[in-house]
Design a protein around this ligand. Structure first.
Ligand SMILES: [Zn+2]
Ligand SMILES: [Zn+2]
Length: 298
């Protein structure tokens, strides 16, 4: 399978291979050892003899044969040796993700911070590859998202709530930019109007993203896409909140965003943040994109 299309400024050529052919290449211990050996120094090409030594495949003929099989898909030839391709690096990442148990659980950890909605206690927990950071007292602040089990033991338990929160911001930024975090496919966003009583974070609409390639979905409050706009990031920074760095729950210190529907069909929502006599107002469109942002005095 292959495809070629013209973007107007140049042809984009994509050659596609069948999953059977690609994954079939990995069903051999020597080949996995070669990939792991290359993964030890992902930033620099590994010379042939060094790669042979590291991968501990006895017979040099056999080593050469397996390396040849990986070339063009998971390994590429560089000037000074061999290196992993993008897919090769992904395989190494999947190996780490898969080596760590999918059964990891983390008992409830108290969070150093208060619910931005009601001021109640927050708690973090982890089970079935899903992290949660929720208010223990109200139902208006809850976050639930996939977190890689292989990353858990890189943090002390008391560091986990913040690590979960940073991961969530990082993933949402990628999703809002239009990339699926599972398969790197294109993700389409939608603004969805909610009934009274089913509102996320008190806003009259939420955003829903879906990847039409692998089926991954993400749902977030309608204020989320505005948080990554530079004008809003700047406003938050000026008021003491660093997007992607400050814990999400500290947004309560500035004031949670409010929203009003400008139109229901197509859905459009005006989102407003206000603090210290200043405000920033952003318009979220039907495709979850931001069409305008304005900073004003409140
Ligand atoms: Zn609460
Ligand atoms: Zn996807």
């Amino acid at each position: 399978m292959s495809g070629e299309y013209d973007t107007g400024s140049g042809a984009v050529t994509v050659e596609r291979r069948s999953p059977e052919a690609v994954f079939g290449l990995l069903g051999d211990e020597s080949r996995l050892r070669i990939l792991q050996a290359l993964g030890e120094t992902p930033d620099e090409p590994v010379p042939f003899s060094e790669l042979h030594r590291r991968s501990e495949v006895d017979d040099s003929g056999r080593f050469n044969y397996h390396l040849g099989k990986l070339r063009g898909t998971f390994v590429r030839r560089a000037d000074d040796g061999y290196e992993l391709t993008y897919a090769g690096r992904q395989v190494i990442g999947a190996m780490y993700a898969g080596i760590y148990t999918a059964n990891a659980t983390v008992e409830t950890i108290p969070v150093d911070g208060a619910c931005p909605v009601c001021g109640g206690d927050l708690a973090a927990a982890y089970a079935e590859e899903t992290a949660r950071v929720d208010c223990t007292e109200c139902e208006d602040f809850y976050n639930e998202f996939a977190f890689p089990p292989g990353s858990l033991d890189q943090f002390d338990p008391e560091e986990l709530p913040l690590a979960f929160d940073h991961w969530m911001s990082h993933v949402m930024r990628g999703v809002a930019a239009g990339f699926c975090q599972t398969c790197a496919g294109r993700m389409e966003g939608r603004l969805v109007v909610d009934e009274e009583g089913e509102r996320l974070a008190g806003l009259p609409a939420h955003v829903a993203y879906a990847c039409d390639r692998c089926g991954s979905i993400a749902t977030a409050s309608g204020g989320t896409p505005t948080m990554f706009h530079p004008a809003v990031t700047g406003f938050l920074y000026d008021h003491g909140f660093e997007t992607g760095h400050s814990p999400t729950w500290l947004l309560g210190d500035i004031g949670l965003p409010t929203g009003d529907l400008v139109s229901e069909d197509p859905p459009r929502m005006r989102v407003r943040l206000e603090h210290d006599g200043e405000a920033v107002v952003a318009m979220v469109e039907a495709d979850a994109g931001i069409s305008s942002v304005e900073r004003t005095s409140a």
